[in-house]
Design a binder for this molecule. Structure first.
Ligand code: 3PG
Ligand code: MG
Length: 398
């Protein structure tokens, strides 16, 4: 793997460790509804504490845009951290200032303190050197264990790395290792499933993947625009007609580079996207004028599974159909199940990530049987696009 500074041989006893985690978890009515991101950073917290470090948790939450907003407080999240790691976690009502400095000064080795949302201060997103310096006063070293926020060059995700000794945390390292195994140095052939609604948001991604993978499997509503580009009728399906030429170009480029592009050959269609609306399975040429394609059909599933069976590595971003509504989750579930079986049999390395993807794979019940599922949304996408992530770059050994 690329070289990153790690905590392995660092003396932590009595040190104030600013640990950047991503506590930007879904919360409803003050209750954390998905704690995966907390579970991923729990080992970093307890390991540093066990080595006698004073653990100071830094995170953003939501997008309060530089202003204090009680609805975007990290307080309930800090309570969830305490519940998960089964240790007390104290909370400071701000991430800088006198109260915070006093709370830090009162810490003993092994104590854990969570600071309030860094984005309550405009200096966070601006990566303002003065704000960075104020944060830096609180710590002796900075550990970044927040891959999912590493696409942001903010004070707590990047700026601190220039003014304090900087280290990659264990979940950051696990994430980078998995990503490298999937895209930088993979076992070939490599297939990528790219789903989601819009090509417009995934152009850079498609361009970069065409250079890196043997097979590009297009799913989700994005596939409709590709079908349109090939002159197929897609009825009332969600499309981006303005991008049909772009889709055509991607297909041509793939052909000249001897890459395979897999598009749906059948679909589950309905007249309305509504629970209980009658749906049927048709071959693509039989999609009617009033039909919306809402999922892939069994022939497409079979074809995709056969592609996975002859691949060694799979990168998965985005669901196939409108998986949030039954029965349109079926295609994603069946492909996910096949990927999980191949992965468990040691025949496939499967790395998945990005916003909806984790929700879809959780719903399919396969998350634990894939090689690695990233909790990152934007950061996972930018990494797939081949862009350097500021919060990762700052951790490299020079
Ligand atoms: C995320 O949830 O994707 C990360 O925490 C980053 O959040 P942001 O998109 O608000 O920067
Ligand atoms: Mg985001």
């Amino acid at each position: 793997m690329d070289k990153f500074r790690t905590l392995d041989s660092v003396e932590l006893k009595g040190k104030r460790v600013l640990l950047r985690v991503d506590l930007n978890v879904p919360v409803e009515n003050g209750v954390v509804t998905d704690a995966t991101r907390i579970e991923r950073v729990a080992p970093a917290i307890t390991e540093i504490a066990d080595k006698g470090g004073k653990v100071i948790l830094l995170s953003h939450f939501g997008r309060p845009k530089g202003k204090r907003d009680p609805k975007q407080s990290l307080k309930p999240v800090a309570a969830e951290v305490a519940r998960i790691i089964k240790r007390p976690v104290r909370f400071a009502e701000d991430c800088i200032g006198e109260v915070t400095e006093r709370a830090v000064a009162a810490m003993k080795p092994g104590d854990i303190l969570c600071l309030e949302n860094t984005r309550f201060h405009a200096g966070e997103e601006k990566n303002d050197p003065a704000f960075v310096a104020t944060l830096a006063k609180l710590g002796d070293l900075w550990v970044n264990d927040a891959f999912s926020a590493a696409h942001r060059a903010h004070a707590s995700t990047e700026g601190l790395g220039h003014v304090l000794p900087a280290y990659a945390g264990p979940s950051m390292l696990a994430e980078l290792g998995a990503l490298e195994r999937a895209l930088e140095n993979p076992q070939r052939p490599v297939a990528a499933i790219i789903g989601g609604a819009k090509i417009s948001t995934k152009l850079d991604l498609l361009a970069n993947l065409l250079k890196k993978v043997e097979v590009l499997i297009v799913g989700g509503a994005m596939a409709n625009t590709f079908l349109l580009a090939l002159g197929k009728k897609v009825g009332k399906s969600l499309t981006e007609p303005d991008l049909a030429d772009t889709a055509r170009k991607i297909i041509d480029e793939a052909r000249s580079a001897h890459r395979e592009v897999v598009l749906p050959v059948d679909g589950v269609v309905a007249k309305k996207f509504e629970a209980g609306a009658p749906s049927r399975t048709v071959l693509v040429p039989d999609v009617g004028e009033g039909d919306m394609i809402l999922d892939i059909g069994p022939r497409t599933v079979e074809h995709v599974v056969s592609v996975l069976a002859r691949s060694r590595t799979l990168i998965w971003n985005g669901p196939f159909g409108a998986f949030e509504m039954q029965p349109y989750d079926n295609g994603t579930i069946e492909v996910a199940e096949a990927a999980a079986e191949l992965t468990q049999a040691g025949k496939l390395v499967t790395v998945a990530g990005g916003g909806d993807t984790v929700a879809a794979l959780n719903a399919a019940g396969v998350t634990d049987r894939l090689t690695y599922v990233s909790t990152a949304g934007g950061a996972f996408l930018e990494w797939l696009e081949g862009k350097p992530l500021p919060g990762v770059e700052v951790l490299r050994v020079q």
